[in-house]
Design a protein around this ligand. Structure first.
Ligand code: ACO
Length: 312
């Protein structure tokens, strides 16, 4: 029992914050940010724009692209760690925002930047068990909520946005979410975590070192698990944390750079939204085509890491 991708959509807030905008408010430079991260701009949600608003906007676009309504969805999974409310879940609030009446189960997964891979993993499991027919996986984050504008080490790195994917159960094991692997290691908590006053605590160089080994390891792991090699993959969409991390991972695996979709320059690190947003961007702009095989490696706070293989 497998799945197929039937719809996708994304949402980016209107406000664009460029590196030059950061130059005006802190001791940083466009040159430093581009050289060290590859980031040029990111989107910031308006003060009254919530994670639920962004997730609901992405969901509406995904439903439109699939010609479906929210009542056609029988499970909703939202990857997020930046919800404004402790409860209820963003997922159930999205059902409310879209006026769902079908009592579908809806829940959040908190996997930080690996959140969307955890979400895809759950969806694959429910399809494999034959328990659900149409699952929407959303990644949505308002990372700007956590930005400390006195900390140049982390302030420039993050952005806001949301992406949504809709999968339908299918008898083919070769389409949709073909495979997933997810891992976690709580011993590395100190490297990267939120603080009780909602700030990002990060040891950048240590996180960097972990990222350049864990993302390629996850990619290798899933290719072995699925019995494929790099030649079989059309696109790699790594978690968009830093261009240098992405390039280093590609070099380790021998992936040609032309196969790597890059959005970190435009969106910065949108954490749990990063991969779904990037897939939507790739499809909207004609890079990724129907039938192609996409490999998704990710890592994040926890530490958590993993990968997904999707045929679009
Ligand atoms: N502008 C100018 N200078 C800066 C800035 C900035 N925005 N930020 C840091 N610097 C300075 C530092 O103060 C330091 O100066 P010093 O040498 O005088 O002390 C210098 O630049 C070098 O700092 P490093 O931290 O060593 O810089 P590095 O090359 O490691 O780059 C970075 C920093 C970009 C954060 C990198 O370490 C990185 O990308 N790490 C991984 C981060 C990551 O992926 N985080 C997301 C994880 S996913 C999740 O779950 C949220």
């Amino acid at each position: 029992m497998g799945s197929r991708l039937v719809g996708y959509g994304s949402y980016l807030p209107e406000k664009v914050m460029t590196n030059q905008d950061f130059e005006k408010i802190m001791d940083t430079s466009d040159e430093w940010i581009v050289q060290r991260t590859g980031m040029r701009e990111r989107h910031f949600a308006a003060a009254d724009e919530t994670v639920v608003d962004m997730a609901a906007n992405a969901a509406r676009r995904a439903l439109n692209s699939a010609n479906l309504t929210i009542d056609d969805i029988d499970m909703l999974i939202v990857a997020t760690t930046s919800s404004e409310l402790d409860f209820p879940s963003v997922a159930v609030q999205v059902l409310g925002a879209l006026g769902a009446k079908n009592n579908a189960p809806a829940f959040d997964v908190r996997g930080a930047c690996t959140g969307y891979i955890y979400g895809l993993h759950c969806a694959r499991a429910f399809f494999s068990a034959g328990m659900h027919n149409r699952i929407m996986v959303i990644g949505a984050e308002k990372m700007s909520r956590f930005i400390d504008f006195n900390d140049r080490n982390t302030a420039v790195l993050f952005g806001d946005g949301a992406g949504a994917l809709i999968f339908e159960r299918s008898s083919s094991g070769y389409s949709g979410i073909i495979d997933t692997v997810v891992m976690g290691d709580g011993r590395e908590f100190d490297m990267l975590h939120g603080s009780p006053d909602h700030k990002i605590i990060m040891n950048g160089p240590e996180t960097y070192k972990k990222a350049v080994t864990l993302m390629p390891a996850a990619a290798q792991h899933i290719m072995e698990h699925a019995g494929i090699t790099a030649e079989n993959v059309d696109w790699i969409i790594p978690h968009q944390a830093n261009l240098r991390i992405i390039q280093s991972g590609a070099a380790r695996l021998g992936f040609p750079l032309e196969k790597i979709l890059i959005t970190v320059d435009k969106h910065a690190n949108t954490s749990g939204a990063s991969g779904v947003l990037a897939l939507s961007y790739g499809l909207d702009n004609g890079y990724i085509k129907h039938g192609q095989l996409v490999l998704y490696p990710a890592f994040g706070s926890g530490l958590t890491w993993g990968a997904a293989l999707i045929r679009v």
